[in-house]
Write a new protein. Structure first.
Length: 253
């Protein structure tokens, strides 16, 4: 199976992260899930939540409230919304504000990961991100990243925030490519998590490269360059047990 195929669905967002609108054919549909022949809805993973959006068909709208991963990629319709029958051609739209906020946030976390690994040698032990609605600012990204860091060095919070924003303003290009597993794992420090989360069954590995800062195996969606992230603010640093630190961040305009 190729990396951009999940069951019967061709995953368009892996090769074109700017895509928001696309046409597709319904292969199967129930109130529990809708399977399309092609989709740009990110199904979630690596701490990034699934996309939301709509399907338009025959003058009808079906809201998509999530994505379920199984043998097939299933779009989860909002409760009570009409379901397009199999064989229907639909126009699909990914909710742009939500996806864009998550892309900026995900790229911001990679900058954070790259800075902490470069400057402090710490690996990631976990992470998560969510879009948040802020009055007068719209949808912004809030996130946390956990590191295997025995102690918090003096001035860590201010130093990390400043270093991250310097890298963001450097406008580093963010490249995405797919490599055979052996070639991917030959890249030094390609796994920035304390545990390798890439299953042995994966023969082709998707690589996200913030050129000159951070190269990782990653399946999420990202902006094209670091300046598109905006600004990263370190909101809080927490202790999560001996040797582990949680860094909470916000992605701002």
């Amino acid at each position: 199976m190729t990396i951009d195929l999940h069951g019967r669905t061709r995953r368009l967002e892996l090769s074109d992260q700017s895509l928001r609108d696309f046409e597709a054919v319904v292969l199967e549909a129930t109130p529990d899930g809708i399977v399309l022949d092609r989709s740009a809805f990110y199904p979630g993973g690596g701490g990034q939540p699934a996309d939301h959006g709509v399907l338009l068909w025959q003058g009808v709208e079906t809201r998509i409230a999530g994505v379920r991963k199984g043998d097939d990629l299933q779009l989860v319709p909002a409760e009570g919304d009409p379901i397009p029958p199999a064989g229907t051609t639909v126009l699909a739209a990914v909710a742009d504000e939500r996806r864009s906020a998550l892309m900026r946030t995900h790229s911001g976390l990679h900058v954070l990961c790259g800075v902490v690994f470069r400057d402090y040698g710490s690996l990631v032990t976990g992470g998560n991100m969510e879009p948040a609605i802020v009055p007068e600012r719209g949808t912004v990204g809030v996130a946390r990243m956990d590191f295997n860091m025995p102690e918090v060095p003096p001035g860590f919070r201010d130093a990390v925030e400043a270093a991250c924003n310097a890298e963001i303003q450097a406008d580093r290009r963010i490249d995405v490519r797919v490599l055979p597993r052996e070639e991917a794992f030959a890249i030094p420090d390609i796994i920035r998590t304390a545990t390798n989360l890439v299953p042995e069954s994966v023969s082709d590995v998707r690589i996200v490269d913030i050129v000159g800062l951070d190269t990782q195996a990653d399946g999420g969606t990202h902006v094209a360059s670091t300046r598109q992230i905006g600004r990263l603010r370190v909101a809080k640093i927490e202790s999560k047990g001996r040797g582990f630190r949680r860094v909470r961040v916000e992605i701002c305009d």
